[in-house]
Design a protein around this ligand. Sequence first.
Ligand SMILES: [Zn+2]
Length: 135
Amino acid sequence: MESSNLKDAGLKVTHPRKRILDILETQRNKHLTADDIYRCLIEAKEDIGLATVYRVLNQFESAGLVEKHNFESGQAYYELDSGEHHDHMVCVETGKVIEFVSAEIEAAQKKIAAEHGYEIEDHSLVIYVRPKSKS
Ligand SMILES: [Zn+2]
């Protein structure tokens, strides 16, 4: 199943590409950094270097298989491109990434763009949050 994804994306099936796609697929709800993926590979006793992980992720991004997010935490996060739009919240304390979709926000953005004489081509929204203090 993974190999056909690679072929559909126009990429030759290689071992590193298969393994990295595997990791992205089995952790589907997660947003992973190259380091996270590299660590998974080490745990699985795979001999794939970090440079290869970066190279493969760039190829995946160019092929439209993954989406890359540059959150303010500095490290890029990668996720499989599900084709479905969603926005993100990033916890500044833990680095946790939360996905959400808000019809209200989508509608408000359309309205604001229209008020300026535009229609939305694309957008990405990231909200930086911290856990609510309990006091
Ligand atoms: Zn996401």
